[in-house]
Design a protein. Structure first.
Length: 162
C-alpha cells in the first residue's frame, strides 16, 4: 500500500510541476506549485520524516506560496507577459536534462542494488531548540519577514496612482 501511495504522490508531484512549467497563467502556476509541495510533503511523510513533511506543507505550501500568490494578485496581469526565449536556451537545457537523467539512473541503480544511505537526520533536537529557548527569536524573525514583504509590496505600489 505504501508503494502505491508513493507512486501516486510522486506522479502527482511530477505532473503538477509539469503543469506549472507549461502553464501560461502565473496564478495557475503558483497553484500547481502548491500541489507539488503538498505531494512532496506526503512523500516525506512516507519516508518517515514527519518534521520535514510538516515543514514542507506548513512553510512552503502554506506560507511562502500564499505570499507568492498575494504578490501575483496585486500586480497587473497585463504587465506580466512571457518573455521570448531565444534559441540559446536549448543547449543548456539539454545539458541539464542529461545530467538530471544521469542522476536518476544512478539513484535507481543504487536503489536496485540495495545500497542504503545514512539514516534519517535527527530533527528532534532542532524542534526542541526552535520551540524551547529560541521560540521568541523564531517568532520575531517571522514577523520581521512578513513586515519586510508587506513594506516591499507597499513601496512597489501601482504606477497609475490607484
Amino acid at each position: 500500500m505504501a508503494l502505491v501511495l508513493f507512486f501516486f504522490l510522486g506522479g502527482t508531484c511530477v505532473g503538477s510541476v509539469l503543469g506549472m512549467i507549461l502553464s501560461r497563467d502565473r496564478t495557475h502556476g503558483v497553484l500547481f506549485l502548491v500541489l507539488a509541495f503538498a505531494a512532496l510533503g506526503g512523500v516525506f511523510g512516507l519516508l518517515d520524516a514527519p518534521f520535514v513533511a510538516a515543514v514542507q506543507v506548513l512553510v512552503y505550501a502554506g506560507a511562502i506560496l500564499v505570499l507568492f500568490l498575494f504578490v501575483i494578485m496585486t500586480l497587473d496581469p497585463a504587465e506580466g507577459r512571457r518573455p521570448e526565449r531565444g534559441r540559446w536556451v536549448i543547449v543548456p537545457a539539454l545539458m541539464l536534462s542529461v545530467v538530471l537523467l544521469g542522476e536518476i539512473l544512478l539513484a535507481l541503480k543504487g536503489a536496485a542494488g540495495g545500497a542504503s544511505g545514512p539514516g534519517p537526520a535527527p530533527t528532534a533536537g532542532l524542534g526542541a531548540l526552535l520551540l524551547g529557548p529560541y521560540l521568541y527569536a523564531f517568532e520575531i524573525a517571522s514577523l520581521l519577514i512578513v513586515a519586510s514583504l508587506t513594506g516591499a509590496v507597499a513601496l512597489a505600489g501601482r504606477k497609475d496612482g490607484r
